[in-house]
Write a protein that binds this ligand. Structure first.
Ligand SMILES: [Zn+2]
Length: 549
């Protein structure tokens, strides 16, 4: 029989000492300590907490050279950490990455090498920086541009570690950002082209909650402009919709500031609304397809009166009716109210070739957007098109003879082997494909008239088989700036009464518009060009641009 004596390694002794010291501390009575004594105890504990991970990493990297995850019964090192120490995959990944960058290394020949981030590792080993500093440092170094050489890289790290020793992670991050920015400036390739290429600003589709996500990349110039505007209009107390009288100019009162519980993102959002409204009301925005640039909302009297339902803007945005009513309280929005009760039209016959602003508004109210089947371009992107007979061929400039069409579709209309348009006896615009494309497709576009889905007309035919509510230049409602909405802009000189509204009969062949090959990607609305003249209907009129009251 022999006795096998287990000799404790120095590591065992040290760890046992650490454990003993911990237990001893845990047994200590802290009640007797003074404030300075307590602070220095906390200092020491904090330093030790910064230092301990260094030892953990050393042991881990050693283990990694000693064995493989398979031998330990896991499929990866991440799993080893996750399972043995019950940490998340994220935390396991972080520790492994830190071990790789901050842990000791060995050359293939076995020689010890300094860690990749030697300065960071040293500072943490001395307890001078904490885990948060390490995170910022690693991230900053990771983002160094590829053209930075090894020496500069090392110096960059050392400089930042020096900063880290004296400040918190936030200040360290700011410093790192600034240095990265300056380094980028010194880079071998001027970045202006790249910036110009990547600039952008997109509004996503409306979600089912009616919200839209923004994505974008601002150029430094755009950022500079918006930061100062936001500094003013997104300051606490400014443009707060919860205030009875939101402050939109000057300085908010102390009460307004104190009552502002919005976060920065919310304040900037509200600022965007106010700035947009100021721009709209300035009158400096000119015209869009023949109308002053303004928000145009279609809705029905029924929805307004019931305070339920939706309005649809000329850009096809769906607005809850409560928003419509609130927006109508501001003077510069046209609200085209139309009903199924009467029909009337604004007719100019041959007096002029281009539609009047009032006619445009009524067409927007009636058609909602491009009437070509499958086209999703809203009213803001559409022009007035003589649907029955071209002006050149004696057509009349009457609402009932005209329709909305986006520029590209308007240009497709060509009586010689192109698309043709007619208005059927229900008043719907029908688009007839060129003979060699005609496979009997749906002729009518219902895309822009979602109210038909919400409120099928009284005769209860399914929406797609029924007529849209008739446009109606009914009595102009006063714009009295109250919550009761308001405006039907009209051309008083040219309004004529026409025959009474005749209820339509169902359309037999109407189906949901098919997706046509050239309509798979809806084209974007054209940018308004004041000089643009397209087809037989100009988008723009110089004469007598009628403004909303
Ligand atoms: Zn179109």
């Amino acid at each position: 029989m022999y006795v096998r004596i287990m000799l404790a390694t120095p590591v065992d002794v040290a760890v046992a000492g650490l454990r003993a010291a911990y237990d001893a501390l845990a047994d200590c009575d802290l009640e007797v300590l003074t404030r300075p004594e307590l602070l220095s105890v906390l200092d020491e504990l904090e330093t030790l907490s910064c230092q301990l991970p260094v030892q953990w990493r050393r042991a881990l990297t050693r283990l990694q050279t000693e064995t493989t995850p398979n031998e330990l019964g896991a499929k990866s090192w991440k799993d080893v950490l996750r399972l043995r120490w019950r940490i998340s995959a994220t935390e396991a990944n972080r520790r492994l990455a830190e071990a790789a960058e901050l842990g000791p290394r060995r050359a293939l020949t076995g020689q010890p090498l300094a860690p990749t981030l030697a300065a960071t590792a040293t500072a943490q080993g001395l307890g001078l920086i904490n885990g948060e500093h390490v995170k910022v440092l690693r991230e900053a170094i990771r983002r160094l541009p590829g053209f930075v050489d090894a020496l500069t890289r090392e110096q960059f790290e050392i400089d930042l570690v020096r900063v880290a020793v004296g400040v918190g992670p936030k200040e360290l991050k700011d410093t790192a950002e600034l240095r990265l920015f300056l380094l980028d400036q010194d880079g071998p390739e001027p970045d202006d082209t790249e910036r110009a290429r990547r600039r952008g600003f997109s509004v996503g589709n409306q979600g089912r909650d009616a919200m839209s996500a923004l994505t974008g990349n601002l150029t430094p110039e755009a950022r500079a402009i918006w930061e100062v505007i936001f500094a003013k209009y997104a300051a606490p107390g400014m443009c707060n919709p919860e205030d009875v009288e939101p402050c939109t100019s000057g300085t908010p009162t102390q009460a307004q500031i104190d009552n502002d519980h919005r976060n920065l993102a919310q304040r900037q959002h509200d600022a965007l609304i106010v700035i947009g409204r100021i721009a709209l009301m300035s009158g400096d925005l000119g015209q869009l397809n023949g109308l002053p640039v303004s928000v145009i909302i279609r809705t029905t009297l029924k929805e307004l009166e019931s305070r339920a339902g939706i309005g649809v803007t000329g850009g096809a945005t769906l607005l809850p009716i409560t928003d419509v009513i609130r927006m109508a309280a501001h003077a510069n929005h046209h609200l085209a109210v139309f009903d199924q009760a009467t029909g009337s039209a604004l007719e100019l016959f041959r007096a002029r070739r281009t539609a009047s602003p009032a006619q445009r508004i009524m067409l927007i109210a009636r058609d909602g957007g491009c009437t070509k089947p499958g086209c999703t371009v809203g009213a803001y992107g559409s022009q007035v098109h003589h649907a029955t007979t071209d002006w050149a061929h004696g057509g009349n400039t009457n609402v009932n003879d005209m329709t909305l069409a986006c520029g590209p579709d308007n240009r497709l209309v060509d009586n010689d082997n192109g698309w043709t348009t007619t208005i059927n006896h229900h008043g719907d615009v029908e688009w007839h494909p060129p003979p060699h494309l005609d496979t009997g497709q749906t002729r009518i576009n219902y895309h822009h008239r979602p109210e038909l889905l919400l409120h099928p007309p009284n005769n209860q035919h399914p929406p797609n088989e029924d007529e849209p509510p008739q446009s109606n230049a009914s009595e102009p409602l006063p714009n009295d700036d109250t919550a009761k909405p308001t405006i039907v802009a009209r051309d008083t000189e040219s309004i004529r009464d026409t025959e009474p509204f005749t209820p339509r009969t169902p359309i037999d062949d109407a189906k949901p518009p098919p997706s046509e090959p050239d309509r798979d990607t809806p084209h974007t609305p054209e940018v308004f060009d004041p000089g643009q003249h397209i087809g037989d209907d100009q988008a723009n009129e110089d004469e007598n641009p009628e403004r909303g009251p």
